[in-house]
Unconditional design. Sequence first.
Length: 173
Amino acid sequence: MAIQWDCSWEITDVYGGIPGISKAGAIERNIGQIQRLSPTIPKEVMLGFHFCFGTFGGWPRFAPDDLGAAVDLANAAVETAGRKVDWIHIPALDRTDDAFYAPVKNLNARSARIYLGLIHSMASFSERLKAARKYAPPFGLGAYCGFGRMAPKLLPKVLEDHVEAVRIAKEIA
């Protein structure tokens, strides 16, 4: 069994995207629930975090300038979870610039596996993978989000993109 925190509104908050709420103190505002609830999950149940840019209204719901606030929130979640975190998933936009990926060098995942949501917009996948590899600790690949809100007719193409991503990743290893 596994439980994954879907931290979409939390990410929106730490990037200052909730109208009328100051960006100041956003991590502290959002970390309390993780700190209270995560230790109650039995140790034999895996725990992961998905730091999402949102899919309501289309992906991404918002497009941050870089991954800095996502990394800060991920570090705080791992630090305060009060138990082992098994994975962290952070999506990546269709960006290839160093400025977007550079904050990932500050990710402190401890023993958690890291997954970057690079599998989308396949025309730029190899460039985004190369940019992310400059800064990120070793990581796995994933889609930008889960398949739960995806129209079923889109799933075959997304799965084809996953196969293509593996082929490309092996080529540029």
